[in-house]
Design a protein around this ligand. Structure first.
Ligand code: NDP
Length: 496
């Protein structure tokens, strides 16, 4: 029997009181957060069931599958395509390193697609095994809440099964949103983009977020003509403005056509492709139009209103610091709560949930210094505060150190693309508040810097760290000249 939750003054119940439930924990949604929470809860001794729709490796109609968005329809297949696309640039770079590429180099999309499908199918199997090895019962079907301790699972054949549970955890993630543009049914979302039968030769991407710049990079890297259309002056709203400008420059440098301050007004099917019109009067013909315009929490089929679970204005499930909803027996983790929509954050929330509820160790997820990466080519990676956030939050002056340089590899390859690194430091305490990098291997490097920030590293400690030479990463420990000092109380420039 599971250990009991000890937060909010709750007292342990007796084993007899719990035994009338089918499960200690019923989890709806087997993505990153749900799988983590159920496995860890089972490891603490809880009797756990999890429900999820079956996985279909090709169809984007069926959005289920153990592993969830990250493994089956997000981070993992996307990164495989980013790797695939990166070889295009690498082959160009190789020529000055002495590689004679005499025959025509061709890219076989179908081959990569098959490899990607094989890999995510393998991962789906691994995730199922992780659950069964932990003793978690997997129920294939769509779950909904029918009461504070009751769940109904509808199987694909329509059979409905009811279960009771002491705790219910909702981890159903989010789904792509589509703006209401005439002809929007002709556009695809990232779900379909990961399984296109043919590689698009001409792609139009709407949006300036993670998904938009990543797919623009993928298709451009594979040789397509790509038009990236976004509403702001620069892509990647919310990131450091200076780094956003670097990403925009790099995307353009790699041959992507940028259309800032632009949106789409209409899509029309023609014999030659989809005719796309913009509010600036431009028209493009495209094989594929991708809407990468954000994702919304997936709550609508969960019957939450019946159970009285409160949602916020975005439709996300409202939770407290322990991931508990307003109904004490119902909890939620991951993107469905719209806190910080990143896989490792959902894992953290799932871990904290299990520790709190079944591990006897109340645990709040810690959202400070969460690193992240945009897998554009080259990638952007950040941790901590952007310059704008630091200025906004600062009590003291802010010191900004930047370094823009030609990475060593480019000196021979001839690629005209600078790597940019940035540190934002509190002038009074010398604490490093934020770090960012745009250039090859940025996510690999920033992960290490994130550890330093989490430990409260000062700029002096970074400076006293010996570099690895020759490497790009060593620049983070040799940024000695101050780029600018911003006086406390200054207003950040309006974010673009
Ligand atoms: P984002 O929220 O990152 O970006 C949405 C983009 O769509 C913004 O540029 C926004 O513009 C634009 N947009 C929204 N509505 C419209 C509209 N009606 N017309 C035109 N443009 C519009 O969403 P994504 O879809 O890129 O990603 C979804 C989530 O997935 C993110 O929260 C992210 O955390 C996660 N993710 C993480 C990845 C990673 O860690 N590498 C990779 C992919 C996704 P504006 O800025 O003007 O509002």
């Amino acid at each position: 029997m599971a250990r009991k939750m000890l937060i909010d003054g709750e007292v342990n119940q007796s084993n007899e009181q719990e035994s009338h439930y089918d499960f200690d924990l019923f989890v709806i949604g087997a993505g990153s957060g749900g799988v983590r929470a159920s496995r860890f809860s089972a490891n603490y001794g809880a009797k756990v069931a999890i429900c999820e729709l079956p996985f279909h490796p090709i169809s984007s109609e069926v959005v289920g599958g153990v592993g969830g968005t990250c493994v089956l329809r997000g981070c993992v297949p996307k990164k495989i395509l980013v790797y695939g696309a990166s070889f295009g640039g690498d082959i160009e770079d190789a020529r000055n390193y002495g590689w004679e590429i005499n025959e025509k180099v061709e890219f076989n999309w179908k081959k990569l697609l098959q490899k990607k499908t094989d890999e995510i199918t393998r991962l789906n199997g691994i995730y199922k095994r992780l659950l069964s090895n932990a003793g978690v019962k997997l129920l294939e079907g769509e779950g909904k809440v029918v009461g504070p301790n009751e769940v109904e699972v509808t199987q694909l054949d329509g059979t409905k099964l009811s279960y009771s549970a002491k705790h219910i955890l909702i981890s159903t993630g989010n789904r792509a949103q589509r703006p209401n543009i005439p002809g929007q049914e002709l556009a695809i979302t990232s779900d379909e983009a990961l399984s296109l039968e043919d590689m698009p030769k001409r792609a139009v991407v709407l949006g300036g977020g993670y998904i938009a710049v990543e797919f623009a990079s993928i298709w451009r890297g594979m040789g397509a003509t790509v038009d990236l259309v976004f509403r702001k002056e620069l892509p990647l709203r919310g990131f450091d403005d200076e780094m956003r400008a670097v990403v925009a420059r790099n995307l353009e440098g790699r041959g992507i056509n940028l259309h800032p301050r632009t949106t789409l007004t209409q899509l029309i099917k023609t014999e030659n492709g989809i005719k796309v019109s913009t509010d600036h009067g431009e028209e493009f013909l495209a094989d594929v139009v991708l809407f990468a315009t954000g994702r919304a929490p997936y709550t609508k089929r969960l019957n939450l209103e019946t159970a009285g679970v409160e949602l916020d204005s975005t439709g996300a499930i409202k939770v407290d610091e322990y991931s508990r909803t307003n109904i004490p027996s119902i909890w939620a983790v991951g993107d469905v709560t719209n806190r910080m929509n990143l896989t490792p954050v959902a894992l953290m929330e799932g871990t904290c949930f299990a520790k709190t509820v079944f591990g006897g160790q109340p645990c709040k997820p810690d959202y400070r210094d969460v690193p992240s990466a945009v897998f554009s080519i080259p990638p952007l990676s950040v941790v901590g505060l952007s310059e704008e956030q630091a200025i906004e939050q600062a009590k003291n002056d802010i010191l900004v150190f930047t370094s823009t340089f030609n990475p060593m590899k480019n000196t021979i390859s001839g690629r005209q693309e600078k790597t940019v690194m940035k540190l934002v430091v509190d002038a009074e305490t010398d604490k490093v508040l934020g770090a960012s990098m745009c250039g090859p291997d940025a996510p690999e490097i920033i992960q290490g810097i994130a550890v330093a920030l989490k430990c409260g590293a000062t700029k002096a400690q970074l400076d006293s760290t010996v570099g690895i030479h020759p490497s790009t990463a060593e620049e983070f420990v040799t940024m000695r000249s101050l780029t600018r000092r911003i006086t406390a109380g200054s207003k950040p420039k309006t974010s673009l």
